[in-house]
Write a protein that binds this ligand. Structure first.
Ligand code: ATP
Ligand code: MG
Length: 265
């Protein structure tokens, strides 16, 4: 059964923060079931684009539809899964891996419905898929950074979304776990899930992702087969994003009013 609408449809989309445009005038259609890599150098706008799709950045112009609904209007939020680039799930709440991943399942169920047997199985399967099956009852805070990223991936998988948007799911994750993730993504892609994966290391996922969108200075500079994207993205292998502590990033200019940056003598 193919839905009559594309998974993602952007027309002249301009996305930014406040009134500052970052991603400009993007036309992009991703059909249901496609598996797309979003590539580009640090600061090019990949995260802004994916956050825009989730309604987490400001749409300044144009038209954006996700699963046939204007961004932010989708009724069943669980239909879209998201793995953010920067997020601390350990936080203040001492959750176990099982609990943190079950939160993803709740997004699908809606609040206040208890998890049934099928839900508990989906949680366990998702945790096993990222190779943490033996850590189900460990505290998330006690895991390494790479393991915590894998918990975030499991949380998104557990919801069994129609559209899965992942921002650097393999950053800081070891080769064996990247391969395991590639296998899992291949399985859910084969079952029809649409994948949009922001990544600096497309090689581990090259067997799964077929199309690439290269973002350069906020514009789509290339859209075509992943296998031919290399020429269009010379920065690709240079700067994997650093894992930074919570707080603002140092590798990008902060948007400030001109007056604040002009020093007068
Ligand atoms: N919350 C924010 N407020 C204002 N500007 C922001 C914000 N987040 C990002 N930006 C700016 O938007 C631009 C694009 O950032 P973005 O995070 O989308 O890049 P990216 O392609 O994901 O980079 P990376 O590869 O480092 O993750 C940068 O110039 C950045 O300074
Ligand atoms: Mg980013």
């Amino acid at each position: 059964m193919t839905p009559e609408f594309p998974a993602i449809r952007l027309r002249g989309a301009t996305i930014g923060y406040g009134d500052v445009p970052i991603v400009r005038n993007v036309d992009l259609t991703i059909a249901a079931g496609e598996a797309v890599a979003v590539l580009g150098s640090n600061g090019s706008g990949k995260t802004t684009l994916s956050r825009g799709l989730l309604g987490l950045a400001t749409m300044l112009d144009g038209d954006m539809q996700v699963l046939g609904a204007p961004v932010g209007r989708l009724r069943e939020r669980g239909r879209v899964g998201y793995v953010p680039q920067r997020h601390s799930i350990s936080g203040a709440v001492p959750a176990t891996v099982r609990e943190a991943v079950a939160v993803g399942r709740l997004a699908r169920l809606g609040l206040f419905r208890p998890l049934g047997a099928a839900d508990r199985r989906a949680v366990a399967d998702a945790v096993a898929a990222v190779g943490l099956g033996d850590r189900l009852d460990d505290k998330v805070a006690a895991l390494s950074g790479g393991q915590q990223r894998r918990v975030l991936v499991a949380r998104a998988l557990a919801a069994e979304p129609e559209l899965l948007i992942m921002d650097e799911p393999t950053a800081g994750v070891d080769a064996a776990s990247q391969e395991a993730l590639a296998g899992t993504l291949a399985t859910i892609s084969a079952s029809g899930t649409t994948l949009v994966v922001v990544t600096h290391e497309s090689a581990p996922l090259a067997g799964v992702l077929t199309r690439a969108v290269v973002v350069d200075h906020g514009r789509v500079a290339y859209d075509g087969p992943l296998s031919e994207a290399g020429h269009h993205d010379e920065h690709l292998h240079h700067h994997p994003p650093e894992r930074e502590p919570a707080g603002y990033r140092l590798d990008q200019p902060t948007v400030t009013p001109r007056s604040a940056t002009t020093r007068e003598r």
